[in-house]
Design a protein around this ligand. Sequence first.
Ligand SMILES: [Fe+2]
Ligand SMILES: [Fe+2]
Length: 394
Amino acid sequence: MASDAPDAPNPREPRPARTGTLRHDTVPMRLYHEAKRLGAWDPRSLDLRRDVDDWTRFTVAERDMLLRLTVLFQAAEESMTRDLLPLVMAVVREDHLEEQLFLTTFLADEAKHTEFFRRVLDEICRQSGDLQRYQTPSFRRLFAEQLPDAMHRLLADPSPAAQAEALVTYSLVGEGVLGDAGYHIFSTALARGDSMPGFREGLKYSQADEDRHMAYGLFLLSRLVAEAPEVWSAVSRRMEELLPLTLGIVSEFFEAYEPMPFGLSLDDTVQDAIARFANRWAALEGAREQGHALAGAVGTERTIRDLLGWVGAELQPAPIEVRREGSSPVYTFQIGPAGAAALLITQEVLAQHMSTDVIAALRAHRVPERLRAGGRTRLTCLSARGKIIVQPPE
Ligand SMILES: [Fe+2]
Ligand SMILES: [Fe+2]
């Protein structure tokens, strides 16, 4: 495809450093600050001693499946560490300093994920040899061909459409659909009891890192679409091209087992990953319709997790539960037993705003105090014209 890149500055020409201040309220800067606070974990510091014992208690098939998934994660993280740089360079050429700062944390995160899964293979699974046999044909096509091709193409063609296609491959498909499917399998497999504490801790950290990466991926995609409307057709075409390959990777993973260990099912795994993907796609379409980049961190699941933590801490000891009827646009945070107080938040709020902003809005409207007052209080929080609106007190 011919390059339709805006006149990018020649990277060889010296450019004066920017003299303006950093825009701390932008999505990339908020993610950058979050990465410094929450992303500072060390794969080497995880205590894996109990995991080594727990590993021997799994059945042969269970061990094989956990090993297979860990091998695939390790290989995927390695590709993602190696192939991110061309995107960083494309962003640098366009002089988005805030995004460059965030991308330094992104790249360091991917390096840590590679290290983490390698450590699990070496120390828990005790497999230090070549594990390529676990890489199926579809997996290889994505991580050894499609992903490096899409990323390296940016070195010659950093056009908005090429950046968007790279992001669909890296972020929506690699970190998104496949990452989600993988974490779903890990969390189902390791949900029993309290086994594998060190491994689970590392998975929790790396999944939180991925949430930030996907939030940035969606932000950048929506920025590119807003800047050049023709990018949208490149995004949907690329998504359509990659979806069969992506689902092929998931089904090839499951083909090796009959019955499935841990009560896992292909259908559940695919449905879970597709539902999360649909949320992100809806947020992207919403931003496209409004013609501007996504204002928030966009990660419904992550925002729900953050809100649950905050509401739980504010209203303890009352138990908090989140419910959503089918594909209803409203999530209900039920405080205490059914029929007691509840906070209703629309899907749009959760998909389009950072959890810190949602929490700030709820706090400003004294939502915890009003919910604590008891009775059958119902409070609503919705989003209009990109702003969070909390039901005012009567
Ligand atoms: Fe990663
Ligand atoms: Fe990532």
